[in-house]
Write a protein that binds this ligand. Sequence first.
Ligand SMILES: *Cc1c(COP(=O)(O)O)cnc(C)c1O
Length: 374
Amino acid sequence: MTRARAEVNLAAIAHNLKLIKAKSNSQVLAVVKADAYGHGLLSVGKTAESAGADWLGTALLEEAILLRKGGITKPIIAWLTPLGEDFKSAINLDIDLSISSIDLLNEIAAAGKAVGRTPRVHIELDTGMNRGGFGDELETIISELASQVKSGAVKVIGIWSHFARADEPDALLNESQLERFKYRVEQLKAAGIVAEYLHIANSAASLANPNSHKNIIRWGIGLYGLSPDVDNMGSSSALGLKPAMKVVSKLQLVKAVKAGQGVGYGSTATTKADTKLGVVSMGYADGIPRNASNLAGVFAAGKRAPLIGRVSMDQFVVDLGASSLAKTGDEVIVFGDGSDSEYTVDEWAKACGTINYEIVTRIGTRVPRIYSRE
Ligand SMILES: *Cc1c(COP(=O)(O)O)cnc(C)c1O
């Protein structure tokens, strides 16, 4: 085998899609941005489509274009397009776009005119996250927006927003964002702008807040079998989700080392006893965070072996223990669904002071994705 691979179980992806379809009456948009959170854009996109996803969504336009050219026929939204993107291709390929400023609307409308087709757009509202979307400035531009819509320059398909704290279901901000959303939708309606679709829920809201479902839910991290927030919402297994990615690497060297030896750059960790160390063939160039602590590690020869010392660019070291049967050349599990007692994505995230989203998304391009449908 290669020195490292990411095994992606597409049956788990299909399971996770069907799980949320069964819980909601809304249409489901499978979020496949960032190369499907590192799992592989087209393989995941096609699996989600055949498992019943009604929509696909990406941040970048180029990812939406790859999906359409790759054979996806369901509606696709690309929601994060700066000015100057290739809107003509987007419109020709039937890709829905999002608007959050009049400048963007004008560019998209002009591209539509140039190709002789009406662009399909979703109006993004800022309801309290203070990131993308029309916020209070909507008051001043609403008539301009309405006149563009009435002239037929664009067709408004959806109105949408995004939660800042959906992974904290008790946060009061969730309710206030829903109220603000409703108020703005009414305001747009009064100006003559109506949309067939309203959407605001991400995975956390899809799981925890049925009142937020509207007619599309955007299913991201849950599609990959990971919990939006283990502490507030429970683990993958408690939620019935199946983690889809397993990362496997190799011990390129196993050797005996005496007690009291510093390991790796900066000698930041020291062997506590005579032990065996294993050198694993992945590093931060492959997406293993440099600040991972010994709360993570690998599963080697039937046991957990914690990481010791700093992660290097192409390798890291684990403490196998004196009695380990692991040997040079063995495969090790970096993370998986935990069913064989291996470390999970959530444990790696905790060990690195980050979230599971970042761990899977950053597994690098040097690590081939191998697909199964177990
Ligand atoms: C990434 C993203 C999502 C998905 O969020 P999850 O927490 O992964 O479900 C939904 N909507 C938008 C606009 C996003 O950018």
